[in-house]
Design a protein around this ligand. Sequence first.
Ligand SMILES: [Zn+2]
Length: 390
Amino acid sequence: MSAKRTRLYKDKNLHKINSISELSGLPFTTKEDLRGAYPYGGLAVSEDKIIEVHTTSGTTGKPTLSFLTRKDLNESSKAISEAWRAFGITKNSKVMFIMSYGLFSGAALNTYAIQSIGAFVLPAGIQPVKTQVDFMVEFGIDTVIATPGFLLYLYEWMAANDFDRSRLKLVRAIAAGEVYSNKIRREIEKKLKIKVFDHYGLCEVNTGIAYECDKMQGLHVIDDYVVPEIVDPETGKVMPEGEYGELVLTSLKKDASPIVRYKTKDITRIIPGKCPCGRHRIRIDRIKARVGETLFIKGIKIDPYELRDFIREYLGKSFFGGDMQIVVKDNDIKFLPKIFLSLVQNDEKIIKSLTEKIYEQTRTRFIVEHADPQFFNREKNNKVKFIHHE
Ligand SMILES: [Zn+2]
């Protein structure tokens, strides 16, 4: 990106950009651009101005970085705190993070934002579930931040351990870190007797930049901090308002790691009209999918998230935990794709009937296998994994 950015700065035409609509004339920034700039190539201030760095949790290649100056950190806290106020956080709230701190931006930047409201933060990070539950009880936690997979697992843990729900003061959870449907959200709400909010952000641009209000009609983008655009992921053309495409973000207030037209790979749309809550922020829909995560198995297109939700719904109480792993090999006629998941009890009959149901649903033969819950290393990474073997 550094090379591209240098070119941009030298381009006198850049000065002519004076309205948001002219953004579309600028080139995109991709994850590959950012990786190519590792470590300091994308830095737009001198090194002595930076006070913190965050990285993405990318599994391949170099991580992408986001640096912050003191001013960046203050601006970020101000922007993200708007989201936390909308979730109902006040200076009296007690918030616990069940997410990794380390170099990931989500937990750290949100912590600063919540503290700027004056609320209490318990930075639990990754701990065994029992420890997390003990913390919640002992500190009177009313809000947790976790992945939806963890929240479902939390319910199962409580049920399996005859835990008395009334010992918890929990009223809300912010579920983030993976794509989840409204159906899963309602399931978590019903089981844990809490309200679940979606919160969107990504390290490259800034964590926590779009949030749901209590009307739950899309996510309000903090649009004086980042500018959202929706483009066709193939052609890059800006989509008409209301149509789905890839979310592209431009930062307006970042000094150390400013970002122009970043292709997020997240599929959503801009929701036309105003939210009943009265906020004037641009709204985006909940993230529907990620570009490139649609599976093509023997010529059949499969949405892995729909498949996951179908399996969860079909298994109901027999399904242990929210995790599963789908292993596919694209375009190989002989390879049978596999799904690993955990059942409460490994039951051949359930596996067989599920295999048939999946076939009816997708017209694709999957081998379904029960795996020990430890297989997913759930407390460290509560995600559905799609593994493609080339
Ligand atoms: Zn609203």
